[in-house]
Design a protein around this ligand. Structure first.
Ligand code: ZN
Length: 293
């Protein structure tokens, strides 16, 4: 996954259609691909970020006469066809001459846009910078993702579009259990995730539903996904009897059911019951495969 800044300005050379396609040539020597994420930096609107989205596909053609007159180095002209475009409800300025722009620049650690390599038409962004910009836009309430029920994230949405909804999900789920794994209690940053009880892959309607999320460490998350463990609505942890590993046993013995029940505040019991159902199905399939072999 790559991130790009597409600079929008008043120009007549390329037939950009903002929100639909972005045109660039080989002299930028960049490798924009299908599935990449872009962010518009609109120079004509007060040097502001105005939209984000995904590159749907790339088409290429020979330069027109006018384009090749600009510089003889242009051999190919590319058109990035855009998908999942979300327009910010108002521009997020990083103008060095505006108070708001200066504030956002300070938050992002931008001292000079050109020093970041943003002087070229299509510079790349690292994921951290992209995330910081999107976080600020989200905090300011600039995202309005339309066309969906409250917690649903359709498969047709790319990463850029689903991200604002998922950021809210993660923040809520992690925050309410104080960033500690509700199975083993670890609070190690980088090792805890906002996990889905009813899976992200199959339950489209509940992808962004915080009542379908719990904070789990990587170890316990994988154990839940494998159905080796389940969490009952009363906070009890069900563990497959086949587990004999002392590291696993240590993980699963750290928190009592009462403490876990308090950490489950805000979780819909119906989703916890699903984990119990799947765990029991798993144990049953194990038992029947043993008797039949
Ligand atoms: Zn854990």
């Amino acid at each position: 996954m790559a991130y790009w800044l597409f600079k929008i300005s008043e120009q007549d050379l390329y037939p950009d259609k903002p929100g639909i396609s972005y045109v660039f040539d080989n002299t930028h020597s960049v490798r924009v691909k299908k599935g990449d994420t872009f962010l518009y930096l609109d120079k004509a609107r007060g040097y502001s970020f105005t939209a984000t989205g995904t590159v749907g596909r790339i088409a290429e053609r020979k330069p027109t006469l006018k384009e090749s007159e600009r510089t003889r180095k242009i051999r190919v002209v590319y058109t990035a066809h855009l998908a999942d475009v979300i327009w910010f409800s108002s521009p997020l300025s990083i103008s060095p001459t505006k108070i708001e722009g200066k504030r956002v620049r300070a938050q992002l650690g931008i001292r000079d846009v050109n020093l970041l390599g943003w002087s070229q038409s299509i510079p790349s962004l690292n994921e951290e910078m992209y995330s910081s910009i999107i976080d600020i836009a989200e905090l300011k309430g600039l995202f309005r993702v339309e066309g969906s029920s409250r917690f649903s994230i359709p498969d047709t949405w790319g990463r850029a579009k689903s991200r604002p909804a998922m950021t809210g999900f993660s923040a809520l789920v992690l925050g309410r259990s104080l960033y500690s794994c509700i199975v083993c209690g670890t609070q190690q940053p980088g090792l805890v995730d906002a996990a889905h009880l009813s899976p992200y892959a199959t339950d489209i309607e509940n992808r962004a539903n915080p009542a379908n999320g719990i904070c789990l460490c990587k170890y316990c998350h994988r154990a839940l996904d494998l159905r080796l463990i389940a969490i009952s609505p009363s906070g009890e942890l069900l563990v497959s009897p086949e587990i004999k590993d002392p590291v696993a046993e240590f993980h699963f013995a750290q928190i009592d059911a009462g403490t876990r029940r308090r950490l489950l505040l805000g979780v819909d019991p119906a989703f916890l019951e699903l984990t119990v159902k799947w765990h029991n199905e798993y144990l049953y399939s194990k038992a029947t495969s043993r008797t039949s072999s």
